[in-house]
Design a protein around this ligand. Structure first.
Ligand code: NAD
Length: 495
């Protein structure tokens, strides 16, 4: 990829965006049954960048039927190693189109291109190649029971999967669902968030080019309340894998009850990043700033609460404010930009409301707190000090570049505050005392604990939380269990 963006040439991404974008059903690009479409905006400029087909319940029916045919037909019966090879060919095609995909994702989701290139894209490729490698390594066990029987298990794909994806990491989170589902032999109907449909449609095209049989991957774009709801309630969908808000997640569990679909949910977070007096303050503040300002705070595991021990409280607030002020806000296609816009006007208004609420609750606004410019949904990186644990800005997920810095006395106090929200996705702890960090890691109510670092994820490690943070785990071998079921086989040897 070149280092500077050339605004005069038409890029591959722009050329691709010029045509109306259709649904992907049964290996073909088709308009929606209704013929309706919607516009997709670049949140950095508020300009329309694409026209996308608006799917409805009938399109979902067609997509699910195609996925069922492909499941019963080529995908399930194909040699597992061949499935893996197709996924690897897909990964290579994605790499060949890296520049275009990264640009599409940055334009559509308002992500600084340097971050998309460094984080989202490589993580998506890593996920795909990791699970491609698993395709021919999923096996059962021979289980000893009785002398007159051969008893063993096999793992079978669950069937047709609905993958419902949010707008904060459309490509990466989309791949977190697609790669393990396809590697396990399932077929998929994917619904991207309506704000960010583009990268999904482009990688779907490349999947077909890589040799994925028709119907194995279907993509129905459109509103969550219509397309998402139709998938969740569809009698021929076997599993829903969802990432998004706790409210929608709750509705999905209810809808899935109709035919007892398997459900896995990755929901929200209000993660605590806990800094003790003896921590390396420069490293902790640097990681704490990245932990909340990366992707403009629109990260489920964002360290949106920084808990600081009394002795170093002021020093950490000062360092966080310095870091916030040093971020470069601007054009997402400029490699020097470190903070992009938030995803939509609605999201921007909601974040600004929370900033207002924080001030009214008595927290002190150290820096930021405003919209930046009149075009694009930019919010200045915001640091609140003097935040009390009970305040709404300490309890509720803001999903924007806003950090609440909370003072604590000792280990017990830190743990009480860290564990005192409805969420349990992740937590961080900073201290040179190895006993203390281990005690914290043991007792933190969190699916992931970072010690003297913050924010790393790897597809080989389980990911997820409980309560308002979700149900089940993605990644690693946990995802293989999500998309397969064990079958017990009992063979009588006395015949
Ligand atoms: P959202 O719940 O509004 O939307 C997520 C997806 O669900 C979108 O594709 C949307 O179209 C669809 N949807 C909306 N209504 C639906 C319905 N009634 N039935 C079925 N599908 C429906 O969430 P969002 O605003 O797109 O994303 C932000 C939220 O996602 C935050 O709360 C964040 O914490 C969470 N999130 C969690 C993780 C994680 O790994 N735990 C990762 C990213 C985002």
């Amino acid at each position: 990829m070149s280092t500077a963006y050339d605004y005069d040439r038409q890029s591959a991404a722009e050329a691709w965006l010029a045509k109306p974008l259709k649904l992907l059903i049964d290996g073909r690009h088709v308009p929606s049954v209704s013929g309706r479409s919607f516009k997709s905006l670049n949140p950095a400029t508020e300009q329309v960048i694409a026209t996308v087909a608006e799917g409805g319940a009938e399109d979902v029916d067609r997509a699910v039927a195609a996925a069922r045919r492909a499941f019963e037909g080529p995908w399930r019966t194909m040699r597992a190693s061949e499935r893996g090879q197709i996924l690897l060919r897909w990964a290579q095609l994605l790499r060949d189109h890296a520049e275009e995909i990264v640009e599409l994702e940055s334009l559509d989701a308002g992500k600084p291109i340097a971050a998309t290139l460094r984080q989202d894209f490589p993580a998506a490729i890593d996920t795909l190649t990791y699970y491609a490698g698993w395709a021919d390594k999923i096996s059962g066990d021979v289980v000893t029971t009785r002398d007159d029987a051969l008893t063993y298990t096999v793992r079978e794909p669950v069937g047709v999967v609905a993958a419902i994806v949010p707008w904060n990491f459309p490509l990466m989170i989309g791949m977190w669902k697609l790669a393990p589902a396809l590697a396990c032999g399932c077929t998929v109907v994917m619904k991207p968030a309506e704000l960010t449909s583009l990268s999904a449609l482009r990688i779907g095209e490349l999947a077909i080019q890589a040799g994925l049989p028709a119907g194995v991957l279907n993509i129905v774009t459109g509103p969550g309340r219509v397309v998402g709801d139709a998938l969740v309630n569809h009698p021929d969908v076997d599993k829903v894998t969802f990432t998004g808000s706790p409210g929608v997640g709750r509705g999905i569990m209810k809808g899935a009850a109709g035919n007892f679909k398997r459900v896995s949910l990755e929901l929200g977070g209000k993660s605590a990043n806990v800094i003790f007096n003896d921590a390396d303050l420069d490293a902790a503040a640097k990681a704490a700033a990245a932990g909340i300002f990366f992707n403009a705070g629109q990260v489920c595991s964002a360290g949106s609460r920084v808990l600081v021990q009394e002795g170093v409280y002021d020093a950490v607030v000062e360092r966080l404010a310095d870091r916030a002020q040093s971020l470069r806000i601007g054009d997402t296609l400029d490699r020097g930009t470190s903070l992009g816009p938030v995803i939509s006007e609605k999201q921007m208004r909601s974040i600004l409301d929370y900033i207002d609420i924080g001030q009214k609750e008595g927290a002190s606004l150290v820096t930021g707190g405003e919209r930046v410019g009149g075009r694009g949904y930019f919010i200045s990186p915001t640091v609140f000090a003097g935040v009390k644990h009970e305040m709404r800005i300490s309890q509720e997920e803001i999903f924007g570049p806003v950090v609440s810095v909370i003072k604590f006395k000792d280990e017990a106090d830190a743990l009480r505050i860290a564990n005192g929200t409805a969420y349990s996705l992740a937590a961080g702890v900073w201290s040179r005392d190895m006993g203390r960090v281990q005690r914290f890691a043991k007792r933190a109510r969190a699916g992931t604990v970072w010690i003297n670092t913050y924010g790393y994820t790897d597809v080989r490690l389980p990911w997820g939380g409980e309560r308002d943070s979700g149900l089940g785990r993605e990644h690693g071998t946990a995802a293989l269990e999500n998309f397969t079921e064990p079958k017990a086989v009992w063979m009588n040897l006395n015949v």
